[in-house]
Every structure is written in C-alpha cells, then in structure tokens.
Design a protein around this ligand. Structure first.
Ligand code: CA
Ligand code: CA
Length: 595
C-alpha cells in the first residue's frame, strides 16, 4: 500500500490566475451577498430556499421539508444541468454542496471549491488550493463540503488548513493551518458552524496524529478552543490551558497516548437545543491492539463537547481497545422519539446502531444494522460490546518469529458496516435511512514503532466478500430503513457494489441515494419501492441535497467514483474495478413544473 499520492505532484496547478479572475469578477459587479447569520444556521433544516450546512441543518438529519417532488411525480424528475469539475485526474467526489442566495458552493477532489449559479450551473468562480508535495491523505484526495457563515465559504484542505473565501468574489479572506501535513495531518471533513464558531476535525489516524476538535472564530479564523480527543492531552481556550481530556494514562499504557490517533476525520454535528457538538473519533493508533491494553479513550467514540466551554460533557465508546480499525467517526444525528425523548442515533462502523440520550449520552438501545458481526456477540446493558476474544487479531510478540500475530476473519471489514456516507432521518416515518455494507476481512498484527509522517498501523489485512448464504444474497451494499424504536430493518434495497454515498429523505415521502454503479436513486420512504433512478456517468459517493428556487424544487448530487474502496478494498476493490471515475455536479427538477 503506497500511502502517498504521487499524482498530487502532477496535479499541482498555479493559483495566480484564479485569484486574479476572482477579483475581476467582483469588480464586474457580482451581486451583494446577504450575510449568513447564526439564526440562519439554526433554522437551516426548516428553510427551504437554502442549504447552509453539512447535513441539511447542523443536526445532520438530511431531511428536506420540501414536498413538491413526491412519490407521485418523481417519475418526471429530469436533469437541469451538469457541471464538470474538470482537471486531468478524476478522483472521489464526496462533497455535499451548500446553497445560498442562488449560488451553489461545491468542493471537489484535490482541495478545489467551485461557486456555481444554482439554477443554471454557470461557473461564477473557482478556487484551487495550492497543495504541497508529500500530503498524506489516507483514503483518496477527497473533500466533503464547505460551511457558510457571514459572507464567507469555509472549507478544509488536504494539507490540513482551513480556508475562508468571500462568497461573491472567491477571494481568500483568511487561511489557518490546523497542523503539519508532514506529520500525517490532513483534513477532508465539512466544517460546521455553531454560535459563530467554525468547528472542524482532523484526519491522520493511520499516522499517529492527535485527534481533536478545533473551534475558530468563523469571521476571522482566530483560534477559540481546541479539545483533544486522546486522553491525556491538554485542551486550550482563548490562548490558555483548558484542562486535560480525561486522566493521563487512565486508559493508555506508557507513552502511546502521545501518538494516539482518534482522528475526528468526518467532522461533527451540532444541536442548538443541547448546545453540544457531537464528533465521532477514529481508531486508536497503532492498529495493533496488543500494544495498548486499556480502553484507549476517546478513540472509536462519540464525544459531546459544550461549544461554549470547549470541554467534553460526555462520551460513548463503541469499540473500546479497538483492534479492527472500527473508526467510530460516524455522524451522531439527534432526533425526537415518538414518546418525546431527545435522542441521537449513530450507525457505527463496527456494525452496531446506537441510540443515546442527546443531552446526557446515556445508552438507550443498541442493535446490529448489518447481518454479520464476528468481533462481539452483542452489547451489555450499558452498550459496551461483549467481545469474542477469539476474533481479536493475535499479538505478534507471541508468534514463533515475533513478526506476525494470529490472523482472524472479522466482519464487518475495517471499511465498516457504514463508513463516511452520512445517513438520513425522517421525522415523518421515524426511520433512519442507513447506507450499510456487508463485508469482512482477514486481519493480523505486526510489530510497529512510531515514526513521524510514516504509516503507523502494525497490521496487515485483505478485505473479502462474505458468503452469500450468510447474508441472504449476493450483494455488498444495502440501503436500509431502520426503526430506532424497535431496532428492526423495515426495508432494504440491496446493491452489488459497496454503498459509499450519503442519503437524503424528504417531506415528499422519498429517500434519495447514489450508488458506485453511477445511479442516483429514489425510493418510497415508507416501503423502499424504487420509484426513480438516473445514471450520472460515474460512481456516486456523495450525499444529495434539495432546495427551492423560484417556486421549483431542485435535487443535486456530485458524481465521481473514488474514496477508500478502490484504494483499500482488497478483493472487493478488484470486484468493482470496472467502475468509471469522473467528477461532475448534477442538478434535477420536475419536467412538468410540479403539475
Ligand atoms: Ca435550509
Ligand atoms: Ca482508521
């Protein structure tokens, strides 16, 4: 596995002309942009004329209250425009666009950002970040989207920076380095806004970075607080020490916490009702769990951080002492249960779906959302896994030559029951719509020592398909409607390739999602009956959005196959190596204007 993308060198472009073009456009009279306020952000899930945040609202429900496109007329949904991201190399496009004042802001592979006329697809400006040699993204040169605040559009780059651009001109307003890319840090998550702060995580769990959540003043980029997600590290607020996360060495042996991973690489969600930001955390480093007995907090967890104080209020760990790379980064989506409780749901990479109290983090319920889980036999009353010790990869120190521990076959694979593709929740049906994958892996441990900027795994692996008899058919992906009250899979739509795009559901009774085979699909949210599909020309690994403009409802999604599966997918990558790369934005509306 070559962790460095040599292509980056080939892909580097000059930035000069971009900034000049942006300035000219501004002089030519770009319309003034109404500022995005905290109130707008908090109201985003309800406002239909814009999409201001990753998750269609900071809670991340990915529910559009629009019903102009519905189960009855969705057959008349047709493309309005398509925009190519261009460039010589097409890579994974995992971005969720945002919409404001008739403009779409969508990020592309290689840290690019495009401003487009949302109605016509006309390019307004483009920003291409100048990437240095030697960036180390683990899992393709992706980006998952931008945040909007005031007159700014803010996104994270592969060399671990945050860049804020003027929405009208594309001019850089501020730029802040999160950390050293040469130490393995990168950034791919869509930032979110909470109370005037821009919140972001870091990537680099495969290089022994220190996971953290950073909060910057969204207008200026000035650091407000930092909260490390590895136990033992000191937090900061307003330039002063703000308390250690947890207790040093309580759950980590020796010095391993100093390079402990727990990367917050998928970003977070924020619930204005609780005032908490919820960030998922990745694997503890290194992968070889024999080296770090203990729970290794706060890896493979959800941490709830009080946005006002920058302190962890609660945490819930799905996979203590992870030995399978079950990054618990998956989004925590808050919702109201039918009996009025304020809860949150999370479909963890480890194969279990968790329902927790949104305010206290108290475990309510947990159940598998995939059909085969080998590493645990179930959950106890607190949601802690009942490990199957025989399914933990063995300690290489106990092998005959000290070089390779016992290999085991584990499910899910380390790419997870669910990965980066965000699920959706419908308050109409009360179901979560979860893009799940059924797969497994051979995994074993090897000796490893930390070296700055080098892969820090101490493991070998090959992803495999599962026996079709064990999972009830020949498929990997499955879009599943899950009732959080019962833990039942209400319906599913199987997919040959692993699903890697996100989901959206609507008041129109629809669920939209993309497939690596290139389709954007819609199904009836109640029954799972497929009611519409469109072939976008490349694999869809991004979440769809919807908004309203001049009385019509639009649906949009980025298309472009890539991400972690082709790079890390072992036998599954070989199985789907026919899939086409690409890079474009697609937008749809009703052919008959909703009549
Ligand atoms: Ca909105
Ligand atoms: Ca990982």
């Amino acid at each position: 596995m070559n962790h460095k993308f040599q292509e980056v060198d080939l892909m580097k472009r000059t930035l000069t002309s971009v900034l000049v073009a942006g300035a000219l456009f501004s002089l030519a009279g770009a319309p003034a942009v109404a500022a995005v306020t905290d109130k707008d952000i908090e109201n985003d899930a309800k406002s239909t004329g814009d999409v201001l945040s990753w998750g269609l609202g900071t809670q991340g429900q990915r529910y559009s209250p629009l019903a102009k496109i519905n189960t009855k007329n969705v057959k008349d949904l047709v493309p309005v425009w398509s925009f190519s991201f261009g460039g010589e190399k097409q890579r994974g496009q995992e971005s969720q666009p945002v919409i404001h004042n008739g403009r779409m802001f969508v990020t592309g592979s290689y840290s690019r950002l495009f401003a487009l006329d949302a109605k016509t697809g006309k390019k307004l400006w483009k920003y291409e970040h100048r990437l240095p040699d030697g960036i180390m993204p683990c899992c393709d040169v992706v980006n998952r989207g931008a945040a909007l605040y005031d007159n700014l559009v803010i996104f994270a780059t592969l060399d671990a920076q945050l860049v804020a651009l003027d929405q009208g001109s594309g001019k850089v307003v501020w730029k802040e380095k999160i950390d050293e890319y040469s130490a393995g840090y990168s950034a791919t998550a869509a930032p979110i806004i909470a109370k005037g702060l821009v919140l972001t995580g870091v990537s680099g769990g495969e290089f022994g970075v220190i996971g953290r959540v950073e909060a910057l003043d969204a207008k200026t980029g000035k650091m407000v607080w930092v909260r490390p997600t590895v136990e033992g590290h000191m937090g900061m607020k307003d330039g002063k020490e703000n308390g250690v996360s947890g207790t040093t060495n309580a759950t980590w042996p020796g010095d391993l916490w100093k390079t402990g991973g727990a990367a917050t690489w998928l970003g977070g969600t924020y619930d204005p009702e609780t005032g908490l930001a919820y960030f998922g955390t990745g694997n503890p480093a290194p992968w070889n769990s024999a080296l770090r007995p203990g729970d290794n907090l706060y890896s493979c967890s959800t941490v709830a951080i009080d946005v006002a104080t920058g302190k962890i209020v609660w945490h819930f760990q799905g996979t203590p002492n992870d030995g399978w790379d079950y990054d618990g980064v998956n989004e925590f989506v808050t919702f109201k249960s039918k009996d009025g409780k304020h809860l949150g749901g999370k479909a963890d990479r480890n194969g279990f779906f968790y329902v927790l109290d949104a305010k206290s983090g108290k475990f309510q319920k947990g159940f598998p959302f995939v059909k085969k889980i080998t590493w645990a036999t179930g959950l106890d009353e607190n949601g802690r896994p009942k490990f199957d010790p025989a399914n933990r990869p063995g300690d290489p120190a106990k092998s005959a030559d000290g070089k390779k521990g016992t290999s085991v076959f584990s499910a899910p694979s380390f790419l997870g029951g669910k990965n980066q593709m965000p699920m959706a929740y419908s308050p109409d049906t009360g179901y979560f719509y979860v893009p799940a994958n059924e797969w497994g892996m051979e995994i074993w441990n090897e000796p490893v020592t930390y070296k700055k900027g080098a892969a820090y795994l101490g493991a070998g692996f090959t992803i495999k398909t599962l026996d079709s008899k064990e999972i009830g058919g020949d498929y990997i992906g499955a879009m599943r409607a899950i009732d959080p009250a019962t833990g039942k899979i209400v319906w599913e739509v199987k997919n040959n390739a692993p699903l890697w795009g996100g989901v959206m559901t609507t008041k129109g009774g629809l669920v939209f999602w993309g497939t690596p085979e290139g389709y954007l699909k819609a199904a009836d949210a109640k029954t799972g009956k497929e009611v519409w599909s469109f072939q976008t020309g490349s694999g869809v690994v991004a979440p769809p959005i919807s908004w309203e403009q001049d009385g019509e409802q639009y649906i949009g999604v980025a298309s472009g196959w890539g991400g972690a599966v082709p790079l890390w997918g072992g036998d599954v990558a070989k199985k789907v190596n026919y899939l086409n790369q690409g890079g474009s934005m697609w937008v749809f509306k009703l052919h008959k204007s909703g009549k």
